[in-house]
Design a protein around this ligand. Sequence first.
Ligand code: TXA
Ligand code: MG
Length: 299
Amino acid sequence: MRKGGIVAFPTETVYGLGANAFDPEAVSRIFEAKGRPGDNPLIVHIAELAQIDELASSVSDDARRLIHAFFPGPLTLVFQRSEKVPPSVTAELDTVGVRMPDHPMATEFLRECGVPVAAPSANLSGRPSPTTWQAVLEDLDGRIDCILEGEATDIGLESTVVDCSEDVPRLLRQGAISIERLREVVPEIVDRAGAEDAAPRSPGLKHRHYSPHAKVVIIENGLVENTENAGFIGLRMPLDLDGFGYLRICSSVEDYAKSLFEFFRECDRRGLATIYCEPVAETGIGAALADRLRRAAQG
Ligand code: TXA
Ligand code: MG
């Protein structure tokens, strides 16, 4: 990392692919390795709260409350960026996303790096985010310098993103920290996740995302048209069991969220044509899960 390498590392959400955020050449290698469009900004990861001051030019009172409540954790906050952050990290935006992971190996790695680490999810652009080091290897073998082999990630979906760069904070991407929990701390947060104008603010949302090669179908009324060469993931057994090539019944919504991206990848490894997904209630992490299901079904 100190010599400009790029390294994949586990966090509590998904695996990230890191580079020294202050080294534009290292940062450009991330975009190259992932095949990531240059207009999609990277999140900068930190190990100490004091590092926010090198990255953000100002931090509002609401942002301070969110930091106090949720850092370290699965929350990314967007600030006005300081001059020190290279434009390539933030895709020329005048803002920067900052996250402090809550994961022992991530924290130790970030401390050892000694600099803020720019890191998107460690997948090829357009593929599901990796929740295991094997999934990182599957996508990026030969394209990156190193993978830190941690456990499978706990949460399995990417962080909640909140834009704190203007007067009223806005939710841009749903994640494990739900809007309900955010509003316990800052009641006036505006929900722009999934809104048309969230895309320019969170450019990653306009790109194709989370997609397996198989066609993803969200089941309505428990009915499945054709189980042939298909997979199923959900909380309850589907009505029609015959023929599914691969089945995953999850024990809770949390387990469903944690299992989804790896299930997508496994269906692709097995060459299945269709993946049926049970819809979930949109509260707590269910909102983020429903969002990822919808995006995958669009992909
Ligand atoms: O959980 C996570 O957030 C993982 C782990 C590795 O930390 N990272 C991750 O990064 O999911 P990525 O690059 O796959 O997604 C980052 C999202 C994108 O939707 C991007 O557009 C948005 O955050 N984002 C980053 N910087 C932003 C900014 N300055 N303004 C608005 N949105 C931003
Ligand atoms: Mg990503």
